[in-house]
Design a protein around this ligand. Structure first.
Ligand code: GLU
Length: 283
């Protein structure tokens, strides 16, 4: 039994992150398992070392002891590149040269669970054109979803307390697996690292449940094990909206610096107790 808490160091953590960390920590400790931290810092332009330090200080303040050193995604770029190469060799990914504006301008860009569905403009470019443009143009790599799903077949995962759930990766369209500005997408890096770390139970917010459609597919394509999942309700503030990193006043760092007792706050979260006006909601 191994759980993890995987913050992205792109802002200060808030009570919603604390809730997620507390649940993952408790699940591990109750089962005599391990609780690990992963720093999801593949996005070099948005990740900051001071946020990494603040997140680790927050976890210590909450009294959540961890096993082993934190894993840094930025140290595993070679693993993501190797997986991408594997998918490329099997014809499951293709280079895409479209800009955001190109995609937004496309009339056939409906929205799926993870944003605009890519209209497929670059899916069927000739090899010679691909080779020529790769050399000179910025590009990302997209999963050819229809091919991938045809290969992987019907997929399910076990949602704890709810039973099996059918993954619906097709609804996401041709997702990006490696970006122009980051060597791996969240989907690819998270799936590979959960397997590499030996995570048996992924406990995270319900805002990420749709991503599990894609993660389950990547597990099937890359021959990785499927953990159990638990997507928990999200902490919402007095305005009924889920907490966001941009609301610095509500950050754990601000509470910590104001002298709030972190262990007591963690215990409140364990018991599902939130400040007046806050609530737990399923999106
Ligand atoms: N790094 C992600 C985030 O902060 C969470 C990743 C995950 O739990 O799968 O939203």
């Amino acid at each position: 039994m191994l759980t993890r808490f995987a913050p992205s160091p792109t802002g200060e953590l808030h009570r919603g992150h604390a809730y997620s960390a507390v649940l993952a920590h408790r699940a591990a400790r109750e089962a005599g398992g391990a609780f690990r931290i992963r720093i999801d810092d593949i996005d070099g332009s948005r990740s900051r070392e001071d946020y990494v330090a603040a997140a680790l200080a927050d976890l210590a303040w909450l009294g959540l002891d961890r096993d082993g050193d934190p894993v840094r995604q930025s140290a595993h770029l070679g693993d993501y590149a190797a997986a991408l190469e594997d998918l490329r060799a099997r014809g499951l990914v293709y280079p895409c040269f479209c800009t955001r504006a190109d995609i937004a301008a496309s009339l056939s860009a409906p929205h799926g669970p993870s944003g605009a569905i890519y209209p497929g403009t670059c899916r069927d470019l000739a090899e010679t054109e691909r080779a020529r443009r790769i050399a000179t143009e910025q590009h990302c790599w997209r999963l050819d979803m229809a091919r991938a799903v045809a290969l992987a077949g019907d997929l399910r995962w076990e949602e704890q307390g709810q039973g099996p759930r059918r993954a619906d990766p097709l609804a996401h369209g041709d997702v990006v697996l490696a970006r122009k500005d980051a060597p791996a997408s969240y989907h690819l890096a998270s799936t590979i690292d959960d397997a590499a770390m030996g995570v048996t139970h992924v406990i995270r917010g319900a805002d990420l449940i749709a991503s599990t459609d894609v993660h389950r597919l990547l597990q099937a394509l890359l021959g990785l094990p499927t953990p159990l999942y638990r997507h928990h309700a999200l902490v919402c503030g007095p305005d009924s909206r889920r907490l966001a990193k941009r609301d610095a006043a509500a950050s754990l760092a601000a509470l910590r610096e104001a002298g709030v007792d972190g262990r007591a706050l963690a215990e409140d979260l364990r018991q599902g107790r939130l400040p007046a006006g806050y609530s737990l909601q399923n999106p």
